[in-house]
Design a protein around this ligand. Structure first.
Ligand SMILES: Cc1cc2nc3c(=O)[nH]c(=O)nc-3n(C[C@H](O)[C@H](O)[C@H](O)COP(=O)(O)OP(=O)(O)OC[C@H]3O[C@@H](n4cnc5c(N)ncnc54)[C@H](O)[C@@H]3O)c2cc1C
Length: 361
């Protein structure tokens, strides 16, 4: 396994900002992951695990230790033994491209991840923030996660309940951050299952598309619809579209207690507007918590789509995506993030929490 030195990280991320990794390795097999871990341990280097780089802001000073890119691929679908009734278990290497896996699942007529079409990044990145979109989350279909436990120094298989999936979080980005290197993820999908059409944008899309027809959309049509909607929002990586030089949504939708929400609603009413909100599906106490739209808060705090701050900007297509206009530094992106957080806090009393991972800050 080759360990490289001073490798630029910006080209390995979708936001394309930041400095270099002091050391860089790419692991295609589990034994290579262990080898890289040993290399870092022996030299007392801090290690950062890189997937597809689609949820990162890398500091301009880069990463002083080892960046380990996980490139373990492969998808296995056990035939009869892996299928219980309609359930099909896919075991997918952490380094595989997420959307390639979704395409394969849909092609095999398996439901459960079709609404997560078009999300960039690796398979191993999906459990970390419990990736979600258009009414589905990976936590709904993950059966277990195979990982190298750096604390116990052994490979473990974590069943879904041990992963602690919640809205944009899991043990991997909260309580056990930095402890596990995800090697494979096992998804339980449903062969012949109906597509999930819970999300308003999708329902609207099909209401217009299938007007008058009785047929319900197939998994493949749902995948195509999700990709088309994402493209219109700059949330699909499309060559030549500057609006997708981003890390996706930069802020999480705030989850508020009923009391906090009432306060916010009153503030909105006093300004003559109504704030869109939804029940927070993954909260422990469903009745007591509301999720409000971070995009709405941003747009109602003086920041519109296309807002420019030097080399950083807000996407022309989505108020939550901060973009690199071409020559931005990490400090430009952080500057715009700070400006938006201050603006929203002043206007609405809410501190928006960033969604991407900050590396080397
Ligand atoms: C245009 C665009 C649209 C997006 N849309 C969505 C969306 O709709 N919903 C959504 O949830 N996200 C979205 N994202 C964010 C991002 O794509 C996801 O979070 C994705 O799962 C990140 O995976 P990655 O492999 O790129 O991880 P990276 O960005 O490389 O890493 C993210 C974090 O995961 C950790 N990590 C990655 N791989 C491993 C591993 N094998 N083991 C342990 N830790 C690991 C890293 O250390 C880091 O902490 C979007 C991003 C972009 C650019």
């Amino acid at each position: 396994m080759t360990i490289q030195e001073n490798v630029a990280l910006a080209p390995l991320t979708t936001l394309q900002v930041g400095g270099a990794a002091r050391y860089f390795a790419e692991a295609r097999r589990e034994d290579e992951v262990r080898e890289a871990v040993q290399f870092a341990k022996a030299r007392g280097l801090a290690m950062f695990v890189l997937g597809g780089g689609s949820n990162l802001v890398v500091a301009d000073s880069g990463w002083p230790g080892l960046v380990l890119k996980i490139a373990i691929g492969g998808i296995t679908t056990p035939p009869a033994s892996g299928a219980t009734g309609n359930a099909v278990l896919f075991s997918v290497g952490a380094g595989g491209n997420w959307d390639d896996f979704v395409a394969q699942a849909v092609a095999q007529n398996c439901a459960g991840v079709e609404c997560l079409s078009g999300i960039p990044g690796s398979v191993g990145g999906t459990p970390v923030q419990n990736v979600g979109a258009y009414g589905q989350e990976v936590g709904d279909t993950i059966e277990s996660v195979r990982a190298l436990d750096l604390k116990a120094d052994r490979v473990v298989v974590l069943p879904k309940p041990a992963c602690g999936f919640r809205y944009r979080s899991s043990i991997f980005n909260t309580t056990e951050r930095g402890r596990y290197i995800i090697l494979r993820v096992n998804y339980r999908l449903k062969r012949g299952g109906a597509p999930s059409l819970k999300y308003a944008d999708l329902q609207k899309y099909f209401a217009e598309k299938l007007a008058g027809k009785k047929t319900s959309p197939s998994l493949a049509e749902t995948r195509a619809a999700v990709r088309e909607i994402r493209r219109s929002k700059g949330m699909l990586l499309v060559a030549g579209d500057d609006d997708c030089r981003s890390a996706g949504s930069f802020f999480k939708n705030p989850v508020l207690s009923e009391e906090q929400f009432q306060e916010l609603a009153e503030r909105a009413a006093s300004k003559g507007v109504e704030i869109p909100s939804y029940p927070a599906a993954r909260s422990q106490d469903k009745d007591a918590q509301r999720k409000v739209s971070a995009a709405w808060l941003v747009e109602h705090s003086g920041f519109s789509k296309g807002y420019v701050a030097g080399e950083a900007a807000i996407s022309h297509k989505h108020a939550l995506a901060l973009i690199n206009r071409g020559h931005a530094k990490a400090s430009d992106i952080v500057g715009l993030k700070d400006e938006i957080q201050r603006g929203v806090q002043t206007e609405w009393g809410i501190l928006l929490q960033p969604e991407p991972v900050f590396v080397g800050f």
